[in-house]
Each structure stands twice: as C-alpha cells, then as structure tokens.
Design a protein around this ligand. Structure first.
Ligand code: TYM
Length: 334
C-alpha cells in the first residue's frame, strides 16, 4: 500500500469564486480532505497583491473565501485551512527557490503573458514571481499532490522543475509533487464565450456563474448560455457551448458525460439548458445558504485561520530550516 498523500492547494481571496473554481478545484479539495494526511488549503493573499487591489478590502476577501470553503464542506478538523501571509516561511522560501528558477521559464508562463498584457498600469515584479511563490507554497509542505484546474498545469510543471533543480544542486530534500486534475470539469468555459475559460478577471458577467449567485441569477445565466446552430446534445469539437454544459451537468449530478447525452437524446436545447440550470442551483444553493450563516462571524473565521496557520507553520518551518542549511546559511535566529 502506498503512503497517504500530502495534499496542498491554494486559492485566491475573493468573494467572487465561480463555477469553474468550484468544479475544477474546490470540489477536489473537499474530496482530498478524506485522503490527505494532511490535506492543506491556503488562501493566497500574498498572490493577490500581484495585480491592482484595495488594501482596505483584502482582509474581507480572505474571510469571504474562508466562508465559501467552509460552506462547500472543508472541515478544519479534517484539513489545515490557513492564510498564506500568516506563515512567513512562504516568502522566505520564495526567495531561496528563486536561485534555482530560470528567468526564461518564468517568461514562458501563459498566465504571466495574459495578465501582464491586460495590466493597464504597472506590470509588477510580483506578477512575474507569482509561480515561484506558488512553488514555495507547495514545496514547503513536501506535498505529493496538488489538486488544481487545468489552467494551473504549467505552474505545477514549473514547481516540479524547481524541486528537481533544487535537489540536484543542494541535495535530495524537496518532494516533486504530482498534478491532480479532475477528469471532468478541469476547464469550465465562459457561458457567453465558450472558447474562453470561465474566469474572475477577463470574462463576461453574464457568462460567469458565481458560487454565491441567487438561483434566479443562475437560471438566467444558463438560460442565455451560448450554444450552436445544431440540435443534438452531444459533445464535439465545434460544439464548445454544449460540451461545456454537458460537463457542468455531469459534475452537478455526479454522473458521466455519456449518461447526460443519453438522457437528452432527442431533447431540445431549451429543455437541456433548464436541466443544467437546476443541476447547478442544486449544487450551489446549499453552499450559498451555509455561507450566509458563516460569513458574519468574522471572529470564528479568524479563529479557524489562526489555528490553521499554527499547524501549517509547524510543517513549513522545519522544511525551510533545512533548505537554509543545505544552501549554506546559518540556522535562522529565533
Ligand atoms: P485561483 O483562485 O485563481 O483559482 C482557484 C482554482 O480554480 C481553478 N480554476 C478553474 N477550474 C476549472 N475551470 C475554470 N474555468 C477555472 N478557473 C480557475 C484553478 O485552476 C485553481 O485550481 N494560482 C492558483 C492559486 C495558488 C495555488 C498555489 C494553487 C497559489 N498557490 C499552490 C495550487 C498550489 C490560482 O489560480 O488560484
């Protein structure tokens, strides 16, 4: 029998988490806490400052995300849930790992290219360094599995390369983590522009379903989802909209895509879209309701994060101490 996995993933702080985040990532976290020993989930407020943001709001957005994750089923008794900036080892390790990170590799990152092209003011060095901080997040815990959506594939490949290069240069110390991408729903597409992924930053409001949307809003967005001029509820290269809706319904109901196609053989797009809307309402409504109960109690959310940070630090600090030592530094002063 193989050892239990050490699972780590990160999520950006915002109250506008969408269906793509939920299906591609959050669902995997909830499943992961049953297997991970430990399963560690981090709200990455340090990553959030890599683009324009409001300092007054940052703390609030961390609470929003904490409440969403708890509402979705993360249980602080079964996982470690914490705020990235509470564990300083992440920033220290970022700098140390930058010594074995290639500038050329960072330059090739799709996310950096996309996000820097969209910045109207400053393209920050933090945006360029974003993947190094991600590597530090994961490698500090010697995680073996990283559950993410498809858009983070390249970042996980880079952190694997950073770990390998560190081990070659300074001795076998870090663990090369495995990417974990869901079979269905790794890339949920925008409902209005199904050639683009659903995203917080560059998609249409009508094409993005938020986890906290009211059922009526969800019905409206799915009702006006872009399809195609055909009439078959089947997956296909030239059927990006319908393929996306099939994936969404399959995940919402916990069945496979072929079962969705079989059920809707001969049905019109209108009925199919109604069924998808109901599937998504059923998936998200309990999360929204539970969020409404949890979000007001900021002291309780802060207590969850503080307890999580303490556990996280107990794992990350010894790793970073070893990294320092292998790299030739004296032990960190207390
Ligand atoms: P964030 O908050 O932008 O995204 C959170 C997760 O949602 C996934 N995701 C999607 N999945 C399917 N379809 C989509 N349309 C879609 N859009 C987003 C993302 O792949 C991600 O898993 N860089 C990370 C945060 C991070 C991290 C880490 C992840 C920081 N450190 C260490 C893993 C390990 C991010 O994109 O967060």
């Amino acid at each position: 029998m193989s050892a239990a996995p050490i699972i780590f993933s990160g999520i950006q702080p915002t109250g506008r988490k969408h269906l793509g985040n939920y299906i591609g990532a959050i669902r995997q976290y909830v499943e992961g806490q049953e297997r991970g020993e430990p399963a560690i989930f981090c709200i990455v407020d340090l990553h959030a400052i890599s683009v324009a943001y409001d300092p007054q709001e940052l703390r609030e957005r961390v609470y929003d995300t904490t409440a969403i994750l708890l509402a979705a089923g993360l249980d602080p008794a079964r996982c470690i849930l914490f705020r990235q900036s509470d564990v300083r080892e992440h920033t220290e390790l970022t700098w140390l790992l930058s010594a074995v990170t290639s500038h050329g590799d960072l330059n090739r990152m799709h996310q950096f290219k996309d996000k820097s092209a969209r910045q109207r003011e400053l393209v920050s060095a933090a945006l360029f360094y974003y993947p190094v901080l991600m590597a530090a997040d994961v490698l500090a815990y010697r995680a073996t599995e990283v559950p993410v959506g498809d858009d983070q594939r390249q970042h996980v490949e880079l952190m694997r390369e950073i770990a390998r290069r560190f081990n070659e240069r300074f001795g076998e110390l870090l663990v090369v983590p495995e990417l974990l991408i869901p079979e269905v729903g790794a890339r949920i597409m925008d409902l209005q522009e199904p050639e683009r992924k659903m995203s917080t930053s560059n998609a249409s409001e009508a094409g993005t379903v938020y986890v906290l949307d009211e059922p009526e809003a969800i019905r409206k967005k799915l009702g006006s989802a872009v399809t195609d001029s055909g009439r078959e509820v089947l997956r296909g290269e030239d059927k990006a909209g319908i393929t996306n809706l099939i994936d969404i319904l399959a995940v919402s109901r916990g069945i496979d895509q072929a079962a969705v196609e079989a059920e809707f053989a001969g049905a019109g797009y209108g009925d199919f879209k109604k069924a998808v809307a109901e599937g998504v309402v059923e998936l998200l409504a309990p999360v929204r309701e539970r969020y409404a109960e949890l979000r007001p109690d900021e002291a309780a959310l802060e207590a969850v994060l503080a307890a999580g940070a303490e556990k996280a630090r107990a794992i990350a600090a010894p790793t970073v101490a070893e990294v320092r030592e292998h790299m030739g530094f004296v032990p960190a002063p207390l």
